[in-house]
Design a protein around this ligand. Structure first.
Ligand code: BGC
Length: 334
C-alpha cells in the first residue's frame, strides 16, 4: 500500500517536472503550406529565431501545397509532443481532422497569416487582408485619370486560400461601385491555382489571346503571381506599359518596381508578425492568457485576432519603407 502511494507520488512529481520543463523550454510545431515563396522562408526564419531567443524550440514542417500531407504533418507534430501548434493552412477548410486531433491532445492552435476554418482555433495573427486588396485597387485608380475609362484584368490567388478571397473582397470594395457605374470594365478574371506564377502566366496569356492589348491594368493579388503575369506581358512587349499590382515586397518584385515593369506591392512587415506570433506561442505554452484586439468568424467561433499594419509601396516610397525597415538592402534594388 505504502509502495503504491510512493509510486503515485513519484509519477505525479515526474509529470510536474515534465510540465515545468515544457513551460521553461516549450516545443512549438510550425506547419507551413509551402516554403516555395520567398515570404514563407522569411516567416519561418524570423519565427524560429524569436522563439529560440525566448527559450523555445521549433519543429518546422512544410506541406508542399498538399492538404493530406499537411494533416499528416500536424498529426506527427502532435505525436512528437509539441506544446503549441502554429499553422499556415494550404486550405483553411481542409484542416478539420488535424484540428480535432490537436483539440483531443489539448494543444492550442494559432492560425498564422491564413485563417483555419470551422475549427476551435485559439488565435488568428495576420495582416488586414481586406485592406491589402483595397490598397491594390486604390493604387491603380489613383494613377488613372478620373475622366478616362479603365479596363482591367483581375488575377486572383489560390481559390483554396481564405486570404485570396479576402484580397478579392478588398479589391471589390473599391472597384464594384465603378464597375457598376461603367467607368471600370473587367476584361478578364481568373484564380491562379496554388498561387503558382506559371498558372498566373497562363491566365495572362489567355487574356491576351482573347482580348489583345485592350486593357490598362492587371490587378494581381501577390508578387509571385505578378511575376508570372509580367513574364507574359514582357513576351508581348507590354511590360512597363500596363499597371500591375502585387503584395509581399518580394525582392524580385521590388527589383521590378525599380525597373518599372511592376507598379506597386503591399509591404507586410513579416518580421513583426513572426515575432509577435513566436511570443504569443511561447506565452500560450507557458499557460498565459492571450487576447486579440478584434474577432473574425471562422464558421466555428469568433476567433480572437491581431492585425499588423501594412503599407502600399511603389517606386516613390520603396526606400523609405521596405529598405528603411531592413527588409531588403538598397544595393540589391539597383
Ligand atoms: C499570403 C500572401 C502570399 C500568398 C501566397 C497568402 O495567404 O497572405 O502574403 O503571397 O498567400 O503564398
Amino acid at each position: 500500500m505504502r509502495l503504491l502511494r510512493l509510486l503515485t507520488l513519484l509519477a505525479l512529481a515526474a509529470a510536474a517536472l515534465t510540465a515545468f520543463a515544457s513551460r521553461a523550454q516549450p516545443v512549438i510545431g510550425l506547419s507551413l503550406d509551402t516554403l516555395k515563396e520567398e515570404r514563407w522562408q522569411r516567416d519561418r526564419d524570423l519565427f524560429t529565431a524569436e522563439a529560440e531567443r525566448l527559450g523555445a524550440s521549433v519543429i518546422v514542417q512544410s506541406a508542399n501545397s498538399d492538404d493530406t500531407r499537411q494533416v499528416r504533418d500536424i498529426e506527427s507534430l502532435i505525436t512528437r509532443g509539441v506544446d503549441v501548434l502554429v499553422v499556415v493552412p494550404h486550405n483553411g477548410a481542409a484542416m478539420t481532422r488535424a484540428m480535432r486531433s490537436a483539440k483531443e491532445a489539448g494543444i492550442p492552435v494559432i492560425s498564422y497569416d491564413r485563417l483555419i476554418l470551422n475549427a476551435d482555433v485559439e488565435l488568428y495573427l495576420t495582416f488586414d487582408n481586406v485592406k491589402v486588396g483595397e490598397l491594390q485597387a486604390q493604387w491603380v485608380l489613383d494613377r488613372w485619370p478620373a475622366d478616362q475609362p479603365l479596363r482591367i484584368v483581375r488575377l486572383y490567388g489560390a481559390p483554396t486560400d481564405n486570404n485570396a478571397k479576402l484580397f478579392k473582397q478588398g479589391q471589390d470594395n473599391v472597384l464594384q461601385p465603378l464597375i457598376k457605374s461603367g467607368r471600370v470594365t473587367v476584361v478578364a478574371e481568373d484564380w491562379a491555382l496554388d498561387w503558382k506564377p506559371e498558372n498566373a502566366k497562363k491566365i495572362m496569356n489567355a487574356a491576351i489571346t482573347k482580348h489583345g492589348h485592350a486593357f490598362d491594368a492587371v490587378i494581381v493579388s501577390n508578387d509571385g503571381t505578378a511575376g508570372g503575369a509580367i513574364q507574359s506581358l514582357l513576351e508581348e512587349g507590354l511590360a512597363g506599359k500596363i499597371l500591375v499590382t502585387g503584395q509581399d515586397a518580394d525582392l524580385a518584385a521590388c527589383q521590378r518596381i525599380m525597373r518599372g515593369t511592376q507598379s506597386m506591392t503591399v509591404f507586410k512587415p513579416v518580421a513583426k508578425l513572426a515575432s509577435l506570433t513566436a511570443r504569443t506561442a511561447v506565452a500560450l505554452a507557458r499557460g498565459e492568457k492571450v487576447a486579440g484586439t478584434t474577432t473574425l468568424d471562422n464558421g466555428y467561433k469568433q476567433v480572437p485576432c491581431l492585425f499588423e499594419e501594412i503599407v502600399s509601396v511603389d517606386k516613390s516610397n520603396l526606400m523609405d519603407t521596405v529598405v528603411a525597415a531592413g527588409f531588403h538592402p538598397a544595393e540589391k534594388l539597383q
